[in-house]
Design a protein around this ligand. Sequence first.
Ligand SMILES: Nc1ncnc2c1ncn2[C@@H]1O[C@H](COP(=O)(O)OP(=O)(O)OP(=O)(O)O)[C@@H](O)[C@H]1O
Ligand SMILES: [Mg+2]
Length: 268
Amino acid sequence: MSMSRIPFQQLPAGIRRAISDKTGAVHQAATTPGGMNSGIASVLKTESGRVFVKGIPTDHPQVGAQRREAAIAPHLPASCPRLYWHLELDGWSLLGYEVVDGRHADYAPGSPDLPLVEAALTELQAVTAPADIEIKDAVDRWADYAPPGTLQYFSGDILLHTDFARDNVLIVGKRARLVDWAWPTRGAAWIDPGALALQLADSGHPVEEAVAFAGRFPSWRDAEPAALAAFGAATAALWREIAEEDEIPWKRGMAERAAALADVLANG
Ligand SMILES: Nc1ncnc2c1ncn2[C@@H]1O[C@H](COP(=O)(O)OP(=O)(O)OP(=O)(O)O)[C@@H](O)[C@H]1O
Ligand SMILES: [Mg+2]
């Protein structure tokens, strides 16, 4: 669900005061482009340095995602920005992050960003999902979409990001940083390479080449072909539903790419 962004100055005075209690005086605020869920996304210049602030109203349906993002933050690998604080008051839920001075990743075929994205995801693939916090389970997330009898393939204990949209991957020098942990999920490790492959296909890679890129990750190479076929079918079903609910062109494009991915994986 998208919402329009407000500038930092339009937040209630109480929460702006709570932020400056953390950061010292706020000298400047610049709204960040990219993404759509956050009601506010700004880089603040403060007395104690810069901070990226994202947030949504506490009565917004996605506030649960924001709280999951706060809960997972201490468990994330070095490729992800540090969370400094999480504030909830005056009807707003806000997260204050280390600023990543990057640009959105370029996923085009041959892009020099691709090995950097590979390195960041390789690091993440080694992280076990923490047991003591509430995150999503891949089995639940794909339950309504996976073909009958295939759900067990999605089960696992690796921490997954699952949303590799280009604007959730920031490039800084020779490094890719993964942001926007709204959907941390416990599951089979090969799911993230699959989710990345869909995004690569949407950025101009022939689907076979996007699948070959997923094959750079051992989890994908070692997965059973039936598991990957189930992922393809489930992803196609999910995006078909998304595109039917909201007929905007990029969603229809994703649904077409997902259907093509399903075809390739079915013939694994
Ligand atoms: N730590 C950070 N430092 C600088 N910029 C950031 C940082 N984290 C995110 N951004 C920028 O802000 C944009 C929005 O942040 P984010 O992706 O976390 O939320 P969102 O996109 O609003 O949520 P959603 O993707 O669910 O719609 C990102 O696309 C990125 O350009
Ligand atoms: Mg985003």
